[in-house]
Design a protein around this ligand. Sequence first.
Ligand SMILES: NC(=O)c1ccc[n+]([C@@H]2O[C@H](COP(=O)([O-])OP(=O)(O)OC[C@H]3O[C@@H](n4cnc5c(N)ncnc54)[C@H](OP(=O)(O)O)[C@@H]3O)[C@@H](O)[C@H]2O)c1
Length: 248
Amino acid sequence: MSKLTGKVAVVTGASKGIGAAIAKALAAQGASVVVNYASSRAGADKVVADIVAAGGNAVAVGGDVSKAADAKGIVDAAVETYGRLDILVNNSGVYEFAAIEDITEAHFHKHFDVNVLGLLLVTQAAVKHLGEGGSIVNISSVVSRITPATTAVYTATKGAVDAITGVLAKELGPRKIRVNSVNPGMVETEGTHSAGVIGSDFETWAVSTTPLGRIGKPDDIADVVAFLASDDARWLTGESLIASGGSR
Ligand SMILES: NC(=O)c1ccc[n+]([C@@H]2O[C@H](COP(=O)([O-])OP(=O)(O)OC[C@H]3O[C@@H](n4cnc5c(N)ncnc54)[C@H](OP(=O)(O)O)[C@@H]3O)[C@@H](O)[C@H]2O)c1
């Protein structure tokens, strides 16, 4: 039997990039998956089609995680479609870089609304349905350890994600719900392409500081998330697993 057979998962921001790979990895292990998207309906539909073509179960559900009603709708879709919820992966995220002189209120609120408030709102909706054996995986970043220049706001959101992971591990542990984070190093995704990271000096620097000698692929992260979601990780909670080819 596959490791997630009979489980139901919500993956936020699964229309592309790391989230899409996570949705496929969980489905490949037998989970039925809610593939959330904010603006990329076509991307989410493609992820669902790929999962179904491989013999899995998935449904695309739109919603902005930073809006409480949408967050509840994303979670409710799992329960309405598949009857339960076992796994939540808080993957939705935005990242833009700005030197201290260039930080604006809009830059701050955009990042904290999606990366922190959104994670809290979806988790709040999910904990109504998660029972014993439930697993929450938050996608943080290695930036919370390496604190790169010009990333004060983005890095602050991921520091908050690490802190929330620790707090909720304690808060939800008595209910036998585990809460962990995966902290990727640089990964080639639609997002890092459109941010101009791929092909830049920043990518060259990232490779040079990575013992395994390359940047990550979405599947490198997805397999770690699938492990944390599964019973193989039953004794792990409150952990932040750095998945970065050794960069830290
Ligand atoms: N790529 C990296 O190098 C890297 C490294 C460390 C950590 N991370 C983290 O990994 C996560 C995914 O990154 P990525 O590179 O795969 O990003 P990406 O390619 O830009 O994809 C971002 C995803 O988040 C969704 N999203 C954005 N705003 C949302 C909102 N308000 N509500 C719901 N979904 C929303 C997008 O949905 P739509 O497209 O439908 O709008 C998309 O599915 C992020 O949390 C990021 O901080 C990435």
